[in-house]
Ligand binder design. Sequence first.
Ligand code: DGJ
Length: 730
Amino acid sequence: MKKLLFLIIVIFTISYLSMGQPLIGQSQATQTQDVFIAVGTLNTDLVYKVSGKDGRLYQVYIGTKLGSIDDLKNVRDAGHPAYATFGTDNLFEPAIRMTHNDGNPSLELKYISHNIEKTDANITITNIILKDPEYPVEVTLHIKSYSAEDVIEQWVEIIQKEAKPLTIFNYASSMLHFDANKYWLTQFHGDWAEEMKIQENELTSGIKVLDSKLGTRAHKYQAPIFFLSLNDKSDENNGELIAGTLGWSGNFQFLFEVDEKGSLRVISGINPFASEYTIQPGKPFKTPSFIFTYSNHGKGLASRNLHHWATNYGIMDGNKPRLTLLNNWETTFFNFNEPKLVGLLDDTKKMGLDLFLLDDGWFANKYPRNDDRAGLGDWQENKVKLPDGLGYLVKEADSKGVKFGIWIEPEMVNPKSELYENHPDWILKLPNRPENYDRNQLVLDLTNPKVQEFVYNVVDGMLTKYPGIAFIKWDCNRMMTSSYSVYLKDKQSHLYIDYVNNLYNILDRLRQKYPHFPIMLCSGGGGRVDYGALRYFTEFWASDDTDPLERVYIQWGYSYFFPSFAVCNHITSWGKQSLKFKTDVAMMGKMGYDIPVNEFTEKELKFSQDAIADYKRLSDIIWHGDLYRLVSPYEENRAVLMYINSAKNKAVLFAYTLNSRYNETFNRVRLQGLDPAKTYKLQEINVSSEGRRSGTSESGKSYTGDYLMKVGLNVGSGAALSSAVFEITE
Ligand code: DGJ
């Protein structure tokens, strides 16, 4: 309410008419004056021009904020098409392609009007309406700018008023153009347990596509994020680049095309692959959002911009604290019973954690979920493992002073399940062909309203019956193959899009009823990490690979686009590194545990209890501080990063030595983001167990910010798989 009052809603429409310009649709000859539309953030400008000559919309500038856009008015170059169509004179990849219902395969878009909504002091939405002069098809470009965060979000709405439905083949969320000498594309690819591998390559003439065709769990193969550096490769602090991402949890496509003049067009949106879409007259088709930030100070600034944006707008309850937890997946897998779980509740308490998360294997009776071959879809407590039901565990947790959370995978089904037996038509599978399994399961048909109701009720039914449940982990363990929807009939090419939109509808409905309920997004690890889903989720499971050495790279990769509070890192038995190293690695994000605590020695238990207490004390800095990546594991045998709060009086630094050659010594590391005039005291934490220290003698010393940023710190030892965490206090 208070926030509502705070919002000043000013909507003003600047129509072409009101500016004394002729309406589009009138002949080109009557239009003489260009109109400029600038979409700005604090440090960035994106400028469009409506050409007085042809009434089309062009992009004339993207980059560092201009003192004034007036000089652009003297530039004779027409600019680049803001949203290129297919079928008339565009020779390159279009942003939009459609066939009208008279069979005409072309679209021409001319400017009609634009309006600007200022929803508060920070957010401006510019809506630019374009229309085909010959056909009743209107395309509105929406550009939402978040000034303080320097982030811009773009999406498009297409509406047609023809007599019959028409088909769209391409429907990008965004089209951007760049003119640089060279272009460097950084992509993040991977697989199960290998998320976020980084590759950087020069773009040369022709087309490069980053995409996914996997349907669900779409970016098991490629994450929907990229950096595009202009002219030279960028590093953490230098270089001009954009960081782009699509808020879409299905098939996506980023297409980069360098033309004959060396200009680059970047088209971002839903992957048009096998997804031509029929739009009904009067029913708008809305694309997901392309979200980007422009930085002229390297990747570090771009990440911080996105982190700020995600905290304030992109991730559910980004400003609120998170729960630390003990998970049982890697400790028990499917093999548990009530007494074992009660023991884990005790361990949760003993460790000082907030919540116990019961993972897969707690449900199904006719086909018990004792491994991944059966039971998925039958969301009733397994009577053998949980004779007293979930209610008992919720009560037990409560009596011990911890919270209780639960794992679900509501979009999926095992053929060995009652759900499969009762509703074969609820499942995506091809007629006349064998079923195609992945992890022994199939995908439910979310385009079917009955299935939507079922999925909603899996969650709502459980939370209504057991209101004490405090957390959900929502998993999704397979991609789509051999898919066919009985419900969609002759509209099979709508499947990939309707699936995701209906998933969002279910989540929307759940969020109306449970607005702040914490839910972890999981997809066999990090198979579905994007800002479309994260609007509904409070955090995500980054990878099933919990080996801490691997995790340094995986978490490093996520840090480019996602803030630390959302990246769930668990300390597990995977990997032979010390408990200290595992703890230090998990601590750089949202720390949790999935390890047999009852097998801890006294020392290990004490170390972990201290680490959790320190983590809780410092989590605000780690979660909401500014991230500075100081040494990349891709460049040296170590990784060093730090978070610092906005007052610049408290920071936390993490240093990991990954590998080392004989007698290897590492250079000092210059810190960043400190106040040069302040004096900071260094205190090493996480040192109590196993007598391990980082091997540096910096703990306890004080230095000025100036010294730390110019001379630097000796942050760790040369020993492979050693680590250090420093608390840095003014
Ligand atoms: C995949 C997830 O990534 C794991 O953490 C775990 O929840 C399993 N699924 C359970 O089947």
